[in-house]
Design a protein around this ligand. Structure first.
Ligand SMILES: [Zn+2]
Length: 384
């Protein structure tokens, strides 16, 4: 147990120290390297990188200042994932939902737009769609008013923007902008998308029988966040589960996969890209189950095990309450093929996902230890 605790602590520190691990970033590349190195150090001989095309994002800097208040910074402003560069100064065009139906190029061209959504269009497709429309109409920038206290860099995340700069603010920045609607602001962002080769990293333990199972967690994270709970925690659990299962149940083939590019969706399936590529790259698709570790061990959280297609699994017990599968992440790519899924998750009382507040301090390592132990116990029961 002491080894487990120390190993988890090390993985979390290594991963959370890496700068932003969003797709295409140096942090994501470093995370892939760390996972590969750890698999090898745990004695896996078959460790592979499985590459696939993705849209990467680079971020240099952003300033968002109020010219009518001595160039004070708008508090807590962040670029949105996949923002392009912009440099615009002026009184913002404040848009509420009612304004969105009759937007014209004339109205928005070259403008700094602030988007306040009160009722519908709150889902990410709605926000992406608004950014895409404003992009097409030639707006210079779009600032999305936040939906939570912390600033969520994934609030809008369209990877197909051509020229528009997108930013977002949390509660403090939203209030600031609302109080000072007639001020002149400057938003200057150096950022952009680029074609990127992303990669999943998998360690395979070949079994003597014909049965296979896959364990996974995504190692990418929302930009400008440590991504501690989402999802350094899941990667740490994956690595330790791999270590503990490496020499167990020798008749089974076990695949342990770190997925890239979970933190955004693209294409018709709207499912995470990294695990979609993993599934597509394995034509036999005969896994008995997929076990997902995503968002584990936050302090003050409700810990759950979401199960999909449980009727195809042997009876098993977990220390966590079993819940039906819901809209999550990587497990949906397996569920759509009819494969049973088990997703270990924790729902924190104070949600920090996709914000700079998702830090290592929010994690309780003893809870993460318990998750590893339970994942191993559940696997023993499933692979009897
Ligand atoms: Zn996640």
């Amino acid at each position: 147990m002491k080894d487990l605790y120390c190993n988890l602590e090390k993985h979390l520190h290594e991963l959370c120290l890496m700068p932003s691990r969003h797709v295409g970033s140096p942090g994501a590349a470093a995370a892939a390297e760390y996972i590969e190195k750890t698999f090898r150090s745990y004695g896996f001989t078959e460790v592979k990188r499985l590459t696939f095309p993705a849209t990467g994002w680079r971020f240099g800097s952003m300033i968002f200042t109020d010219l009518d208040n001595n160039s004070a910074e708008v508090p807590g402003a962040l670029p949105c994932f996949f923002s392009q560069s912009c440099d615009v100064t002026g009184v913002p065009l404040w848009l509420t939902e009612n304004d969105l139906t009759d937007l014209t190029s004339e109205k928005v061209k070259g403008r700094l737009c602030i988007i306040e959504l009160i009722r519908g269009a709150l889902d990410v497709r709605g926000r992406n769609g608004i950014a895409e429309d404003l992009d097409t109409m030639g707006a210079a920038a779009a600032v999305f008013i936040g939906t939570s206290h912390d600033t969520n860099s994934k609030l809008e995340r369209s990877p197909v923007l051509k020229q528009i700069g997108c930013a977002t603010v949390g509660e403090a920045g939203s209030l600031y902008l609302s109080r000072n609607r007639n001020h002149r602001y400057t938003l200057k962002t150096d950022a952009g998308t680029f074609p990127h080769t992303a990669c999943n990293v998998a360690a395979i333990r070949r079994g003597t029988g014909g049965k296979r199972a896959v364990f996974g967690s995504h190692f990418d994270a929302a930009p400008l966040s440590q991504g501690a709970c989402d999802n350094a925690s899941g990667v740490a659990v994956l690595l330790e589960t791999a270590r503990l299962l490496k020499d167990e149940m020798p008749e089974w083939t076990f695949e342990f996969a770190g997925f890239d590019a979970e933190e955004y969706c693209l294409g018709t399936s709207q499912l995470p890209l990294g695990s979609e590529n993993y599934v597509n790259g394995h034509p036999e698709k005969d896994w008995a189950f997929f076990m997902d570790f995503d968002c584990i061990g936050a302090h003050l959280s409700e810990e759950l095990l979401y199960v999909g297609r449980g009727e195809k699994l042997p009876a098993f017990e977990s220390i966590y309450p079993l819940k039906p599968i819901r809209n999550g992440g990587d497990e949906r790519n397996f569920d759509r093929l009819g494969i049973p899924t088990l997703w270990f998750a924790s729902c924190p009382r104070f949600q920090k996902f996709h914000t700079p507040a998702d830090t290592i301090e929010t994690l309780d390592i003893s809870r993460i230890c318990r998750c590893v132990s339970d994942a191993v116990k559940v696997t023993h029961q499933l692979c009897r």
